[in-house]
Ligand binder design. Sequence first.
Ligand SMILES: [Zn+2]
Ligand SMILES: [Zn+2]
Length: 290
Amino acid sequence: MKCIINRRAQFSASHRYWLPELSEAENVQLFGSCTQFPGHGHNYVLFVSLIGDLDEYGMVQNLSEVKKVIKQGVTSQLDYSYLNDVWSEFQQTLPTTENIARVIWQRLAPHLPLARIQLFEHPELWADYQGNGMEAFLTISTHFSAAHRLAHPDLSYEENCEIYGKCARPNGHGHNYHMEVTVKGEIHPRTGMIVDLGALNKVIEDYVVEPFDHTFLNKDIPYFAQVVPTAENIVVHIRQLLQQPIQELGAQLYKVKLIESPNNSCEVYCSEPISYSATEQASEPVLTSV
Ligand SMILES: [Zn+2]
Ligand SMILES: [Zn+2]
């Protein structure tokens, strides 16, 4: 039986997004303030996931060996470094979060049975890489606060209380919703990006956060006049809102996760580009209770 183990490591490093073949205006257009000389830094957190059968000692890999390989091959080289110069791969393709994850995979793959590399640039932005060529995933975590009431308009108050419990109380209640939007795309061989991060942030802000934040969802968002705003229905609607605009940025919406409370979260995945009606059928929300 295969088992996946995850090992955490961290490093602090600086980088600068700047392509010498482009003009200053073109660099700023592509990378915004990340172009500023002499660069800026992040405290990166790395998760290395390994897959394998259990050995006679009950382990996928000996963790002290894994720790040594990650330190020698990655963190001791990257910690307190200027990423653009430290590894030659980053002279060809800029050290974005998604590209650093890809190159770490390439460097560790000869030594470890990798399943996934996950790299956090900060707690609200991370990349996942699973060894598929230039394909990578980027996740932005953000939040909005909103009120809702769970009650089906065609049912009586008593019937709604029966189904939705306290959530059917007439004047509603609120949550600080956390939302994780994951996009999938190909790493550009020169810029290192799967998508323009500023543009992606703006899409999430314009289509979801700004319209949803500090609202009473049932009344302020027309979609929820007839659809009960359960976490599942909210996440399905967010997916509908984001799918097309993200496709227009050249990436693909992969997953939306909505965390309603520490005890309750919900996620939907997207398959290949599909029509609105087909999406409805293909999108069974997955409820995860934590
Ligand atoms: Zn940066
Ligand atoms: Zn609620």
